[in-house]
Every structure is written in structure tokens, then in C-alpha cells.
Write a protein that binds this ligand. Sequence first.
Ligand SMILES: NC(=O)CC[C@H](N)C(=O)O
Length: 358
Amino acid sequence: MTAAYVALEGGHVIEGRGRSPGTARGELVFTTAYTGYEESLTDPSYEEQVLTFSYPLIGNYGVREERFEDDRVHPRAALAKEFTDEVVAWLESEGVPAVDHLDTREIVTDIRDGGAMKCGIAVGEDVTEEDALEQLEQCKTMSEHTDIGAQVSVEEPVVHGADNAGPDVALVDCGAKGSIVDSLLARDATVHVLPYDASEADVDAIDPDVLFISNGPGDPANYEEAISLVRAFVEDTPVAGICLGQQIVAEALGGTTEKMAFGHRGVNQPVLDLESGRVVMTTQNHGYTVDDPGDHLEVTQINVNDDTPEGLDGLEYDVITRQYHPEANPGPEDTLDFFDDVLAMVPAQKTTAVPADD
Ligand SMILES: NC(=O)CC[C@H](N)C(=O)O
């Protein structure tokens, strides 16, 4: 059996079965999703994290590229009670360590009690506990990854749906999931994907109908360029955001964000819309939250479990954001209409090809 050690912050080392070899370190988090392992493992928001699946069997319906959210695996390592051979072969081909035959209930309980924590992992024929502890020693906190956007963003602008007749959306790519682009394309938008550190001039060159800030990994306070963009454009251009995007919009408009103890990761997080009284089930993956929305945003939706803000609207500006993932993938599709609401912020004359005569 290949040896495998997981060293938790504080020095407790757990032994498991090594499935995919290598060493890794990252912020240890868990998802309660019982489906969607391909989407989660390719979600850029998991960059610099080690993902524990609390659902006991991962890989039972294979690995298919059409379900990927990006072209590589983002968590630094993956832990589960049991991985199938197919998922292990995929992780191995990506060079991502995997460990199973762990008591994931113990790990989830540790994270719930201690919060998301640093961890170090060593998997291989000759590895020792010390190798895992050495990884732990070198592990940074999430906030210390100050330029994490560079690891997940496009380097140059990319345009999708150039021939589409709908609005032009400037999507600031802080680690965007592919299905956000797909959801906009399905509504006939042209999507101009911009690097996470795009300048005002880059956005001006597009003259977008909507400025859209994507999901992404790390601490929202570290995305200074995107925060500046929201400030620069919000008076004249509708602004939308998903997950990290909501947090960046809040930071830009006088609000604040904070780190949660262990965050929300799963596919059955209940969200209450305060106006309609309707509850929807949502896909989530975040460790930070908007603490105070500030004077320019109002909270429109909250998490039923802990009352944290799940949706924000601009009070005097056209702004709409979600903390959860309305694009689903994985997860329920209760909230796809968010994309209709985003595009509805575009004045009608901008979406019609023929301008009025007078
Ligand atoms: N999915 C996301 O966009 C995550 C946002 C942010 N990195 C957080 O953990 O809260």
C-alpha cells in the first residue's frame, strides 16, 4: 500500500491510503456535495485549497470532460473516504495527490471546530509523517496568496460569441467557471473575458453593456484592480458579480468582507429571497462573506442556515450580485434566472440593432 499522511494545523497527522502520489499543501476545506466531483475539482475557486469530500464515494459515474469547469484540476489535493480508480487515474494524470480510506467524518469535525485550516500532504512509497509536516510548515494562509488571480485568470482578453446580437458583457476573469460564460452565451450575449488585473482602458476599449466580476479563489481584498474597476464604472455601467464577484463589488462600494469559520461548500444550501419569500437550493463554494454591504448596496437574499448575505442590489446604481453559484454545475438549477436579471439591467435601446430615428 502506498503511504499517505495528512498533517493538520496544530500538528495532528492522519494516515490514509495513498491513491495518487505527490506532496501538497493548502487550506483544508470540505464540500458536502454528493454529486458534481468533476465540476468541483475543475472549479478555479479551489486553487490553493485541499478539498475533502464528505460524501463517502467519489467517482461512481466516471470522468467526462464536458462536465469540467476549466481545463485543469485546481485543488492542490483531494481527500475522500473512497475514490474510484477512474477518478484516481484522472487526478494522477494531473499530478494531484489523492488520499482515501480516511475517516472524513473526523476531518470535517476538525474543520467545523477549528475552521478551515492549513494542511500538508505526502503520498508515495517512501514518504513519512515528517514529509507531510514539512509541507504544513510551508503552507501559507489564504490571505497571504496576494496575487492568486494570476494563477487562474486568462493572460490576454478572449472574446466568446462575437456574432451574438445581445449585450456586450465584460467578464473580469478572477478564475471564472466555464458555465458562467456558457450561461451568458445561451442568452445571446457577447462575452469579453478580461484578465483579473484589467485596466480601465481595457474595459473602455470594449464599452460594455455590463461589467461582470467572476468567481475566484482567495481573499477578495487582494483583488485591488477589480475593486478599482467597479468603482470606476458603476455610475455609468451596470455591474454584476458572482461569489468572489459579490465580495469585490461590496469592497468597492464601501462594504467590508470577512473570513468565515469554514464557509459554505455544497449543493443544497438554502437561500431566502427577502422580497418574494421564496427559498431556493443553491450550489456554493466560498470561505469569505460580505460582512457589511455599506451604504450603496442592500441585502436582497440571505442564507437560511446562518443569515449571511447571498444577494445584493445597488441602491442608486444598477448592481446585482450573488454569493452562491446561479450557474449551478454542479447543483440545482433553481437560480439560472439570475442571468436574465443581469441582462435586463441593459437599457432596451442597447440591445436592439436599429436605433430609433429621433
Ligand atoms: N467561489 C468563489 O468565488 C469563492 C470566493 C472566495 N474566494 C471565497 O472563498 O469566499
